[in-house]
Design a protein around this ligand. Structure first.
Ligand code: ACO
Length: 451
């Protein structure tokens, strides 16, 4: 008996009844290890001729996964069973990468082996570096990331046959290893400094900080508190189940596309302000608020239905409670600001006050809008000297392991099918073609030409 058959027999099916036709069908219910059961509607169209309608996939489980578990109401996030707080406090980023990719924490020997494997993939092909010069200096670093990561597909032909487990793994290792180098170089390019090559005797995070902040004229001094906090930042962003960018990676990969191109698609999806771009938007918002006395005005704008303004860094599709990553991020931000003697940072003061007021406001309480991971990550990254345009790049570096683990899981899933949603068509019915001379003479562009 397969897991699927077994699940079907545990739960009583859900019966759907159509009052008009008297037709009824039974929909099997599947259970996961934890979390809500799901209605298995795979045969719904065949049996009823109807699709389901779920814009934004608010009620749709698109796949089976054993990587990450979230309980949004309780504010729980676990990777492979381990609580995010436990991992962020006790583990390190590469160990979490191993955990996500392989399902368990590494043995002491495997931990060292994995660290060596990833450091051996940190360098970029010399010609990839030439690609950077094709971008304008003021290009958004996320635009560079999308381009350069997509271009990796043209360089590493020996890791694109993903029917081969070894090639799949090499592609995953390459992406985890190279993404930090690509991100650091995007930064160097934007500030007009020479690229700094990776140094493999450093840890993943130290290496990233070295490639980002060292200059030929002086040695970059690594600060263990900052390295630890940056490592924690990457852990907090490592995976978050089927969010927009991960679903994009899975959808792109479901057609059998090149893995590097799939990750580039994920980066593009992450860029938006409703997703990974929110950390950048939070800083812009705090700077716009300028003073604690202006907070009520901004809160009123956020609550006004006729105003598109939203409190950035607040609210989450899944968390209807405090985002567990936000707690860790807030502590990290404090530690780093303390280390850098920046605890009187005006943006931190505004953020703390804004959080306090919003959490007591009925609008935010009723809608269950709590700070998400992005609320404090912007302040943290800004204090380290990153320009706001780099914030989402740093998110992408941390998330790459999540994307590749989910991509790998999808490829290895026996029920892997090309992702192909359907639609509720609201367009014109069938009509006959008219020659251009016999069409309505009015131009729909008239308003444009007039301007
Ligand atoms: N400020 C003010 N009101 C908000 C906010 C906010 N930040 N977020 C949601 N709401 C309101 C909406 O207006 C809506 O009100 P309504 O029911 O009266 O229409 C209600 O709360 C539900 O919001 P939705 O947009 O339907 O919720 P959804 O789950 O689709 O959106 C999202 C989640 C996109 C994160 C949203 O909360 C948001 O835009 N937040 C700000 C951007 C942000 O911080 N994004 C980062 C997400 S975390 C991440 O990607 C790592």
């Amino acid at each position: 008996m397969t897991d699927y058959e077994e699940n079907k027999s545990i739960n009583k099916p859900f019966t759907l009844f159509n009052n008009e036709t008297g037709q009824s069908i039974e929909i099997p219910i599947l259970s996961g290890t934890e979390g809500p059961n799901v209605l298995d509607i795979r045969s719904l169209y065949k049996e009823t001729g109807m699709f389901t309608y779920d814009p934004g996939f608010t009620s749709t489980a698109s796949c089976e996964s054993s990587i990450t578990y979230i309980d949004g109401n309780k504010g729980i996030l676990r990777h492979r069973g381990y609580d995010i707080n436990d991992l962020a406090t006790n583990s390190d980023f590469l160990e979490v990468c191993y955990l996500l990719l392989h399902g368990d924490l590494p043995s002491p020997t495997d931990k060292i082996k994995f660290e060596n494997v990833i450091s051996n993939h940190t360098m970029l092909h010399e010609q990839i570096m030439d690609l950077y010069t094709g971008f304008r200096r003021d290009a958004h670093p996320m635009a560079i990331m999308v381009g350069v990561v997509g271009a990796l597909s043209a360089f590493y032909h020996d890791s694109t046959d993903f029917s081969d487990i070894n090639q799949r793994m090499i592609a995953c290792h390459r992406l985890i290893g190279k993404i930090a180098t690509i991100g650091a170089m995007a930064y160097k390019y934007s500030v007009g400094q020479p690229f700094v090559h990776p140094r493999n005797e450093l840890s993943y995070v130290e290496n990233f900080l070295h490639m980002t902040f060292s200059v030929p004229t002086e040695k970059y001094r690594l600060n263990p508190i900052i390295s630890k906090a940056m490592d924690r930042f990457f852990i907090l962003h490592a995976d978050h189940e089927q969010n927009a960018s991960t679903s994009t990676v899975r959808l792109a990969g479901s057609s059998g596309a090149n893995p590097f191109a799939c990750i580039a698609a994920g980066i593009a999806s992450l860029w938006g302000p409703a997703h990974g771009g929110a950390n950048e938007a939070v800083i812009k918002m705090l700077e716009e608020i300028k003073d604690i006395k202006n907070i009520p005005e901004f809160l009123n704008k956020a609550k006004d239905k006729n105003d598109p303004f939203r409190l950035m860094g607040f609210g989450h599709r899944v968390y209807k409670n405090y985002d567990p990553r936000a707690n860790v991020m807030k502590k990290s931000a404090h530690l780093v600001l303390e280390e850098l003697n920046m605890l009187d940072d005006p943006l931190l003061k505004i953020a703390l006050e804004l959080e306090k007021i919003a959490l007591q406001d009925t609008y935010f309480i009723e809608k269950k809008l709590y700070p998400n991971v992005d609320f404090y990550s912007g302040i943290f990254l800004k204090s380290l000297g990153f320009p706001t345009s780099m914030f989402t790049v740093l998110f992408a570096i941390g998330r790459t392991v999540g994307w590749v683990s989910q991509w790998k899981e999808m490829i290895e899933d026996p029920i892997n099918k090309i992702g192909r949603p359907r639609q509720l068509y609201k367009g014109k019915n069938s009509r006959n073609y008219q020659n251009v001379d016999s069409r309505d003479k009015r131009s729909i562009f008239q308003w444009l030409w007039k301007k």
